[in-house]
Ligand binder design. Structure first.
Ligand code: PGA
Length: 256
């Protein structure tokens, strides 16, 4: 049985004042949510601050991105996996579609980041997903398959024991256009099947989150699908009431 996992991707949002308010509500509200793993991924400058605010809780902290080189050095503006670990991260989002499209991250860089994250003891949340054009051209499986394959080739299937996959259709991110539960389930089953071809046990325990306009009113139906094990939540994770409602839905619906 897979334990549901919900992570909040705050993207480039926040301030100390906003974080104080958000965490106060999250800390209280998360207490009864025993059956779901939770994490928040703030902008890197606030990771330490958020970590301090969550010490008494089981909510983990993650980075939103990391460098594709392991060693410290002359890479202005970058942050290493070691640094994320040092400030208390357990997770790091890798290959988010905004990184792939706005910053031209390649499958190869994404695979390198996953490999480095694992070496540093971070759990990568590996994002994959197709654009609207790709979906309409019926190449969703081809696109998601090759995004997955690049990482499988780099780190090997066994490493997926410590990887979380987030299926995020690009057309559903921040648009209010959620994939239907069936559309999401189909791709989740495809991803699990791809891993199962190499290792059925790893595939069975692999956490696959759905991301893309998850809200309290659609979370339960999405999370009830057989192969959906929680969510990567953008906009709704900035609102404690909404985020907690989504986490609660995951705890209720994913216990399968
Ligand atoms: P959204 O973002 O929930 O605002 O659609 C999801 C994500 O980009 O991780």
């Amino acid at each position: 049985m897979r334990r549901p996992f919900v992570a909040g991707n705050w993207k480039m949002h926040g301030s100390k004042a906003m974080i104080q308010t958000l965490l106060a509500e999250l800390v209280e509200g998360a207490k009864p949510l025993e059956s779901v793993d939770m994490a928040v991924c703030p902008p890197s400058v606030y990771i330490d601050y958020v970590k301090q605010g969550l010490v008494e809780t089981k909510i983990s902290v993650g980075g939103q991105n990391m460098a594709d080189v392991a060693e410290q050095g002359a890479f202005t503006g970058e942050v290493t996996g070691v640094m994320l670990k040092d400030v208390g991260c357990d997770y790091v989002i890798v290959g988010h579609s905004e990184r792939r499209t706005l910053y031209a991250e390649t499958d190869e860089q994404v695979a390198n980041k996953v490999s480095i994250a694992l070496a540093e003891g971070l759990t990568p949340i590996l994002c994959v997903g197709e654009t609207l054009k790709e979906r309409e051209s019926n190449v969703t499986e081809k696109v998601v398959g090759s995004q997955m394959q690049a990482v499988l080739d780099k780190v090997g299937v066994k490493a997926f024991a410590k990887v979380v996959v987030a299926y995020e259709p690009v057309w559903a991110i921040g648009t209010g256009m959620t994939a239907s539960p069936q559309q999401a389930q189909d791709v989740h089953a495809f991803i699990r099947g791809l891993v199962a071809k190499q290792d059925a046990t790893i595939a069975e325990s692999l956490i696959i989150q759905y991301g893309g306009s998850v809200k309290p009113n659609n979370a339960k139906e999405l999370f009830s699908q057989t192969d959906i094990d929680g969510g990567l939540i953008g906009g709704a994770s900035l609102n404690a009431v909404d985020f907690l409602a989504i986490c609660e839905a995951a705890g209720d619906a994913c216990s399968k």
